[in-house]
Design a protein around this ligand. Structure first.
Ligand SMILES: [Zn+2]
Length: 578
């Protein structure tokens, strides 16, 4: 018996008033079976501090959408977040496993994210059931009160001011694993899982190198170079080039396999430390080395070569290593899944390479998550994949099939993880953090502030469609800035910001087609990327979705759900009470 709520609620905003966190907890319009499990009390506790008597609601929002029902307690709960997984894309592409899980269990077709719809704020909301104002994760970049003027605080790294599902799980004596879930980065005890991988950036960045005639050598082999004799038949002298960079060295060796009296190289192997491996049919090869603190490696690609090897293009992928806790868990991932392959390169690679990298990261994370489910003890597992978001930033509106490929990867991952779970005991909850809209213009807000005399007193902090402004000097011209931002328009007269509010700092939300950047540049330029998010959740392209199946999950369809309801749902599935 499913209640329909035809009138869409726009969800909690910056100010939010009534529909903020209490919605996670407030009695809904129907009896929730979970309440009979005595779990609601925990949720009431969750919100008690948010209902200060004198915080009068500023407006009267529509009634909240219903929360998902729970029918029992699951012995293990897996919460998977796919960054950028938008409701529109899922409706259009119909990924089989994701929709299949929704059809068997709970399908919330539209999850309204918090505003701003940036990754740090939305994941803090998923983890706490709270809005950015409560969690303190105001945006991906903002000025933290109490820090020096001009100091940028990154939303992904800032302390979340309200209890997270990890905090509640811990208090209940539950074990929490995490596979690169945002904000679960090991930086403080609260942000450290019992075991898990944390998101990591490259140890050595990717670069493209061009090799020419002088880089390749035939018979001459300096001491320590590769193999002394050719291991493959070659009708011209094998040619080798040595690649050396921090934590990596190898020889790229070319062979001529055609007996045609022409020096035309057509086959390549990578040699190091007396062993060799072929370059695969797409040009890829992996080089990894075990150091005292773990396995380091890179996936690199032979992008282009001419048969005479006078012009060879080599993409040297970024060198990465797994990071996480504890050491023996990370070692298990090193040994059985491999080194951290890194995210798809948003700048240096072509479409095909991007798709291959995206696919590789997705497979790595799927395998790491699946292995963790098999081997590690947990009650709550938080899992994350960035691939859909990464594809959307670069390809939204330009090459949608790349995004479809990333969503297909996400779907395969859900299938692989679901296969590890026992639906009679375990619950799987899959969601996104926001959708991604097409953009066409970058707004260089720092330059604009300087041109209009607002800088240096005012500093802008920006990312995606959102900018925050902090003032460090007198006079207080906040009203002047607000009016200026409200009227800021491009040359063709299009207004940039749809909402400008004063909330301590000045917070401005741009229309989805504008990305706000603090990088220097002319005030308005064609956008560097093609997809963005961060704008107001009133735009339905930022909607995401939720599907769930397994133990404790009801069979129901929900037209709309608030992102701030997810934390309470996960806690109810875990049966966590005070
Ligand atoms: Zn995101």
């Amino acid at each position: 018996m499913i209640q329909r709520h035809p009138e869409r609620s726009e969800g909690p905003g910056w100010r939010g008033g009534a529909p903020r966190v209490p919605q996670t907890i407030a009695p809904t319009t129907r009896p929730a079976p979970s309440r009979t499990l005595g779990i609601t009390a925990a949720l009431v506790l969750l919100c008690a501090c948010a209902t200060a008597p004198n915080s009068a609601p500023i407006d009267h929002p529509p009634p909240p959408p219903p929360e998902p029902l729970t029918t029992a307690i699951a012995s293990r709960v897996v919460l998977m977040s796919f960054d950028g997984l938008g409701a529109d894309d899922v409706e259009r592409l119909k990924p089989k496993t994701i929709l299949g899980i929704g059809a068997k269990g709970t399908y919330a077709q539209r999850v309204t994210p918090v505003t701003p719809t940036v990754t740090s704020s939305t994941h803090a909301a998923i983890l706490t059931g709270r809005n950015p104002r409560d969690t303190g994760i105001l945006a991906n970049n903002f000025h933290q009160p109490g820090t020096a003027p001009g100091v940028n605080t990154r939303g992904m790294e800032a302390e979340i001011k309200k209890p997270t599902v990890i905090d509640y799980a811990r208090r209940a004596g539950k074990r929490v694993g995490s596979v690169v879930f945002p904000t679960v980065d090991g930086s403080t005890p609260r942000r450290t899982p019992d075991w898990g991988l944390v998101w990591t950036t490259s140890v050595v960045p990717a670069r493209v190198v061009h090799l020419g005639t002088t880089d390749f050598h035939a018979a001459w082999l300096p001491p320590g170079w590769g193999m002394p004799t050719a291991t493959h038949r070659s009708f011209s002298p094998p040619l080798r080039a040595r690649i050396e960079r921090e934590r990596e060295q190898f020889d790229l060796v070319g062979y001529d396999t055609t007996n045609d009296r022409v020096r035309n190289y057509d086959s390549f192997f990578v040699e190091r430390e007396g062993s060799e491996q072929p370059v695969d049919s797409h040009g890829w090869f992996a080089v990894s080395t075990r150091f005292g603190d773990g396995l380091y490696g890179a996936w690199s690609k032979l992008v282009n070569f001419d048969p005479a090897l006078t012009d060879v293009t080599l993409y040297l992928g970024a060198i990465h290593r797994n990071r996480g806790v504890p050491d023996d868990y990370v070692r298990m991932i090193d040994d059985e899944v491999g080194f951290w392959p890194g995210a798809a390169d948003e700048h240096n690679v072509d479409r095909e390479t991007f798709i291959e990298q995206s696919d590789r990261l997705s497979q790595f994370l799927s395998k790491a998550t699946a292995l963790s489910i098999r081997r590690m003890p947990f009650d709550l597992l938080l899992a994350y994949q960035p691939i859909v978001d990464t594809a959307e930033h670069r390809w939204r509106g330009v090459d949608e099939p790349v995004i479809a490929a990333a969503i297909a990867d996400a779907d395969r991952s859900v299938n692989a993880i679901n296969a590890e779970l026992d639906a009679t005991r375990d619950a799987l909850v899959v969601t996104g953090d926001h959708g991604v809209a097409a953009i066409d213009t970058d707004v260089h807000i720092s330059r604009i502030l300087a041109m209009r005399g607002f800088a240096p007193r005012w500093t802008a902090y920006a990312g995606g469609n959102v900018a925050l402004f902090n003032r460090a000097g007198e006079p207080d011209d906040t009203k002047t800035l607000v009016t200026f931002l409200q009227n800021l328009a491009t040359a063709d007269g299009t207004k940039v910001f749809e909402k400008v509010e004063v909330e301590g700092d000045v917070i401005a939300l741009a229309f989805p087609r504008f990305a706000i950047t603090t990088k220097d540049g002319e005030p308005f330029t064609p956008s560097e990327s093609h997809g963005q998010h961060g704008g107001s959740a009133t735009h339905h392209e930022f909607d995401t979705l939720l599907v769930a199946s397994g133990a404790g999950v009801a069979r129901e369809d929900l037209p709309q759900l608030w992102q701030t309801n997810i934390a309470g749902y996960v806690l109810r599935l875990l049966g966590i009470g005070p």
